[in-house]
Design a protein. Structure first.
Length: 207
């Protein structure tokens, strides 16, 4: 014999089940709406940066440098056009050649692929730092001694990638050098001389 749908003798009925399900659904949707509204309110309260130029401060080679940039300005353009440091070269402008390589917090970075505003608060090192205050870094001298420079377009980026390799590894093997410089292209093909300059520097040559 079947039990009537609304028989509450067993403490449960179809009607009570549906009521409970409806209450749960309303409560869940309300909680979801509140959670969704939270980030929206935070976004409205956040500082919005609109079109036009904005002044930001970049830590360039240990010195705070204020520059005017748009939100779309790359770190490369900010360094070259606004800060006047033209060592990093603008060649492919799509992160493929490495001529624009700088160090951001010690890490090799293609500056044409990073927005200037994303670099705020980070330590940025450019090739100019390796010949500051009349002191030329041994790596730069060894690039000259080993005739590692040809047309010169790749040289600043190669020097910075090489410097990062030495900073990271101390005395890198040839295989490690090749791996660390794999993101930098030398159109003149003087890779052998570049590797020699790095290994000469690691061994103390040219100091």
């Amino acid at each position: 014999m079947s039990v009537p749908p609304d028989d509450v003798s067993r403490g449960f009925s179809r009607r009570s089940f549906l009521k409970g399900a409806s209450v749960a659904a309303v409560a869940t949707s309300g909680a979801a709406a509140s959670a969704a509204a939270g980030p929206a309110r935070l976004a409205d309260e956040a500082t919005r940066i609109g079109p036009g130029e904005h002044e930001v401060e970049l830590q360039l080679n240990g010195a705070p440098t204020k520059v005017l940039v748009e939100t779309r300005t790359t770190l490369l353009d900010a360094i070259r056009e606004r800060a006047g440091l033209t060592g990093a070269k603008k060649v492919c402008d799509r992160g493929g050649c490495g001529a624009c390589t700088v160090l951001v917090d010690g890490e090799v970075t293609k500056s044409c692929m990073m927005l200037a505003m994303d670099a705020v608060g980070s330590a940025i090192t450019t090739v100019e730092q390796l010949s500051a205050d009349g002191e030329v870094h041994p790596l730069v001298r060894n690039f000259v001694a080993c005739d590692a420079m040809q047309c010169g377009f790749c040289t600043p980026g190669m020097v910075m990638a090489s410097y990062a390799c030495l900073q990271r590894r101390g005395k890198p093997t040839r295989e490690q050098v090749q791996r660390d410089l794999s993101g930098n292209v030398c159109r003149c093909g003087t890779y052998g001389r570049i590797f020699e300059a790095i290994q000469r520097t690691a061994q103390g040559g040219g100091r």
